[in-house]
Design a protein around this ligand. Structure first.
Ligand SMILES: *Cc1c(COP(=O)(O)O)cnc(C)c1O
Length: 389
């Protein structure tokens, strides 16, 4: 049986109250954004210092319940610095899902370390802790308190789970696994602002977590990111090296190591402060979309709307269809929806297939490869007409 995907596209557009074209995810702004950004410009403090950076960091710490937040230029920089301070060194290996955005792997490469790809779980779309534990037991051995890959002789230093499309991975067993193998846990929480695991916000379970505020994320600062951590020393050091490692002084230029110019500009933070005030509205609207999409897709055989795992409350950043290959061809579905103006995208190509990472080690990736053929994201911007508009 084949579904009428052109009809589905029309119905998706109707849900978003748009006749012509509905993007995958676009920013939602009101007068508050204009007000804060204007205030920032009028103050003259648009660049690397100013009150909005401090306020945004405090607001993020409050919202997530993680002790400290250090705002930076983007999510990739947040990952880079988190991994560096977590102790990842040149030649180390870092475990991550093969099914993620390339930034997760690039951040590891910036430290001259090597990604090592793991499979994902069907219920979370993120790292499968049970499969990973079995795998590490098999390929690794503890030597002087660190986990060494028996096949490459390199130290496996860290694990980077990623909360795909906002759905939290099963963190408890991952935290346990990291403790057992002495691995640093750094969450790629770029997509999961507003997502909670067993009542606790994602990004605070390991030594650090990285969020992104790129234009397509649940809230945006234009471009931006943040490092979350419960460790004061970690946060202070992150702040230091992302602001060129400058030692505070009224006039002297003294820098005590090679630092980075990664600080979030004040004008971006102003936008972020306004956006963060709307989190609850965005989250409610996204859950409404989930209900509407679930109803719409219920009528079709072989299509399911991906729903949050039982232990999580997800932000539903990107709405996700999981197709049964017996009924639907992914490329056909993409073609039909896009042609009719309901923007649809596949999940990322598994990173181990991409040129820069094709020689990296990977475990059995059965679920990753299977999902790659079956996942289509559909328009997910907070709905028009909801109170934030
Ligand atoms: C968006 C994203 C990033 C990177 O964030 P930028 O702010 O674009 O640098 C990293 N990882 C994942 C999974 C992302 O979705």
């Amino acid at each position: 049986m084949s579904a009428d995907w052109k009809d589905i596209a029309q119905k998706i557009k109707k849900i978003h109250k748009n006749k012509d074209f509905v993007p995958l995810h676009e920013p939602s702004f009101t007068e508050t954004e204009v007000e804060y950004v204007t205030d920032c410009i009028r103050s003259g403090w648009v660049s690397s210092v100013g009150k909005y950076v401090d306020q945004f960091e405090r607001d993020l710490a409050d919202y997530t319940g993680v002790k400290r937040a250090v705002a930076v230029v983007n999510g990739t920089a947040a990952l880079h610095i988190s991994l560096k301070i977590a102790g990842v060194q040149a030649g180390d290996e870092v475990i991550m899902p093969a099914l993620t955005f390339i930034a997760t792997a690039n951040a590891v490469s910036y430290l001259n370390a090597v990604p090592h790809f793991a499979d994902v779980s069907e219920t979370t779309l993120g790292l499968d802790p049970i499969k990973l534990e079995t795998y590490l037991t098999e390929i690794g051995t503890m030597k002087n308190g660190v986990l060494v890959n028996k096949q490459t002789d390199r130290i496996i230093r860290a694990v980077v789970p990623m909360h795909t499309f906002g759905h939290p991975v099963d963190l408890d067993p991952l935290v346990e696994l990291c403790a057992r193998f002495n691995l640093a846990l750094v969450e790629d929480a770029a997509e999961s602002l507003g997502s909670f695991y067993k009542g606790k916000h994602t990004g605070g379970f390991g030594i650090a977590g990285a969020l992104s505020f790129n234009g397509n994320k649940i809230i945006t600062t234009g471009g931006g990111g943040v490092i979350l951590t419960n460790d004061d020393q970690f946060a202070d050091y992150a702040k230091h090296i992302t602001t060129t490692a400058k030692i505070p002084h009224p006039w002297e230029y003294r820098h005590d190591e090679v630092g980075y110019n990664y600080r979030m500009p004040n004008i971006n933070a102003a936008l972020g402060c306004a956006q963060l005030e709307k989190m609850d509205l965005f989250l409610n609207s996204k859950r409404k979309t989930t209900v509407k999409y679930a109803e719409l897709l219920e009528q079709l055989d072989g299509v399911k709307l991906f729903q949050e795992p039982s232990f999580a409350r997800s932000n539903y950043w990107l709405q996700t269809m999981v197709l049964d290959e017996k009924f639907h061809n992914r490329n056909y579905v993409l073609e039909q929806l896009n042609e009719k103006g309901a923007m649809a995208r596949p999940i990322w190509t598994p990173i181990n297939r991409l040129e820069p990472y094709k020689d990296c080690q990977a475990m059995d990736l059965t679920i990753t490869n299977n999902f790659n053929e079956r996942i289509v994201n559909i328009p997910s911007t907070p709905l028009k007409g909801d109170p934030h508009e």
